[in-house]
Design a binder for this molecule. Structure first.
Ligand code: BGC
Length: 512
């Protein structure tokens, strides 16, 4: 009985949490004037080096090595046996590509520094690679575009991975050393610095799903350890850079993808009715069963209740939703709020001195939120064929190619939530995978409206960066997802402005 009570409490807490998360505002778009908007003073686009330069141009990175394996745990490392190759060859064309950014009217550009090109072997720094980035920053500034640098965007040198990467807290000093070197040489050109991009997704994909290097599946303990080390690493870098000449003028932040995962079942009535229905069915089945096998009434009741609760709570949706939201979102949010990592997990709890103050701004990446719908009954009836839970979207929402809905209200809610830390916010990524370019214009208009509404309501949003400048390598998904304002022909390397991108350019133009 004890165990059952415990079980109910856990299930109802999970259920309650996901029900609360599901309650987003809904705006009546017919009543909204999408042209009457005010934008932040910084408007840009975003890329990461590996995604636009590929394994050819970053041969010493953990990702080049990972892709080189081709197969991992019996499945291709990149969907469709794709591989990044030289991607958009940005490493060589970045100077010319400045004109593309300029054409959009952007006054800032966010990109990452490829650590594996700067330090291909442990302790051997490549001055040419540092010069490459310095010249690029000079070129950007010359064009009136402010650089924003990310020091870690999912990739690092292969040698660092072999040493255990961020799974080993003793490796933090390697990352700090690299960051200091880059900062010392580029800080005269760069004010905006992001330490690490998206700790939650990096860890989930690499240590739980096994689709990013190092490809561990379900290794929860290591995953949590890596998260903890990365939070420590962020703070160590922040403090180290602040102590360097120019550190006082630099704005240094951490980039977090605000991502919640919701169960498709949202209303309070639905689980209640489901609960009653399942209870009745469970109780009937139980009494039929109990007439064959005598048991005490108490035991029968608790079993019937257990069956009812399970059915009502829809665990196939709610448990993964709760778990993933914790890894993707809540663990980091808690750290940003308190400076303490994993307060309730014995053996992992850590309070980082001044942890809460290690950000001059928050980088907010926001795409959407994921809705999971279970089709458990169909799954069971089919004898376990296919998936028993699917990504879905809410009624009235449009599904993007990445299998989540267009949800600008979610961006507004994320800004609101992240404002609790009292730091300025830069929306460092927001964009849509839309191969046919039929919803990108709507996406841009509505999400910019959300930003404008946040500004009007007094939230301190300093910048917005559309993801991405051009179509690029979408990690384990290869080239299937097209996020670019520019379409890229990978054979000729021609860049073509997408029709929808005009919307972005026009919105920026209207503010000037
Ligand atoms: C990552 C990008 C990625 C984008 C679109 C973000 O989580 O930072 O690297 O391309 O999502 O999926």
């Amino acid at each position: 009985m004890h165990l059952l009570c415990y079980f109910f409490t856990v299930c109802f807490t999970i259920s309650g949490t996901s029900l609360l998360q599901a309650r987003l505002e809904h705006w009546d778009w017919r009543a909204v004037d999408l042209n009457a908007i005010t934008l932040p003073s910084i408007m840009g686009t975003s890329v990461s080096e590996y995604q636009v330069s590929g394994a050819h141009n970053c041969p010493h990175s953990n990702w080049a090595h990972w892709e080189g394996k081709k197969i991992h745990n019996g499945r291709p490392t990149i969907q469709g046996n794709d591989w990044s190759g030289s991607a958009c060859n940005f490493w060589h064309s970045c100077y010319q590509d400045i004109a593309l950014i300029k054409q959009l009217g952007c006054n800032s550009f966010r990109f990452s520094i490829e650590w594996s090109n700067i330090e291909p072997q442990e302790g051997q720094f490549c001055q040419e690679a540092i010069n490459h980035y310095r010249d690029f920053c000079v070129g950007l500034r010359h064009a009136g575009i402010e650089p924003m640098i990310t020091l870690h965007h999912f990739t690092h040198p292969h040698w660092f991975e072999q040493k255990g990467g961020f799974a080993n807290a003793e490796n933090i000093h390697y990352f700090v050393r690299f960051c200091e070197r880059v900062f010392t040489q580029l800080s005269s050109q760069v004010t905006l610095w992001c330490t690490i991009n998206e700790i939650g997704p990096f860890v989930f994909q690499g240590y739980i799903q096994g689709v990013f290097p190092p490809g561990l599946s379900g290794d929860l303990w290591t995953a949590l350890n890596v998260m903890r080390t990365m939070m420590q690493a962020h703070c160590a870098v922040y403090k180290a850079l602040k102590a360097l000449p120019g550190g006082d003028k630099a704005q240094i932040g951490l980039v977090h993808q605000y991502l919640t995962i919701e169960s498709h079942t949202t209303s309070y009535m639905q689980p209640a009715l489901q609960m009653l229905g399942t209870y009745a069915a469970g109780a009937t089945l139980w009494s039929m069963w109990a007439s064959l096998v005598p048991k005490t009434t108490k035991f029968r009741t608790s079993w019937a209740l257990g069956v009812a609760a399970l059915g009502a709570l829809n665990p196939v949706e709610r448990i993964p939703a709760w778990f993933m939201t914790y890894i993707f979102n809540d663990a980091l949010m808690h750290f940003l709020k308190t400076g303490t990592v994993f307060p309730f997990i014995p053996g992992l709890r850590l309070t980082i001195a001044d942890g809460r103050d290690c950000c001059d701004f928050i980088g907010l990446n926001f795409y959407s939120r994921v809705v999971i719908e279970s089709r458990l009954i169909a799954y069971v009836l089919s004898g376990g064929v296919g998936e028993c839970a699917f990504p879905h979207c809410r009624q009235g929402e449009l599904m993007t190619d990445m299998e989540y809905g267009v949800c600008p209200e979610g961006l507004y809610a994320a800004i609101k939530d992240m404002s609790q830390f009292g730091k300025p916010i830069y929306i460092t990524e927001n964009g849509v995978a839309d191969k046919h370019d039929d919803i990108r214009a709507l996406w841009i208009k509505r999400y910019l409206y959300a930003v404008s509404k946040a500004l009007a309501d007094g939230y301190d949003v300093r910048g917005y960066y559309y993801w991405s400048l051009m179509d690029n390598f979408e990690w384990d998904r290869g080239y299937g997802q097209r996020f670019g304002l520019y379409e890229v022909d990978r054979i000729t390397q021609q860049r073509r402005l997408r029709h929808s991108a005009q919307c972005y350019a026009e919105a920026i133009e209207r503010q000037r």
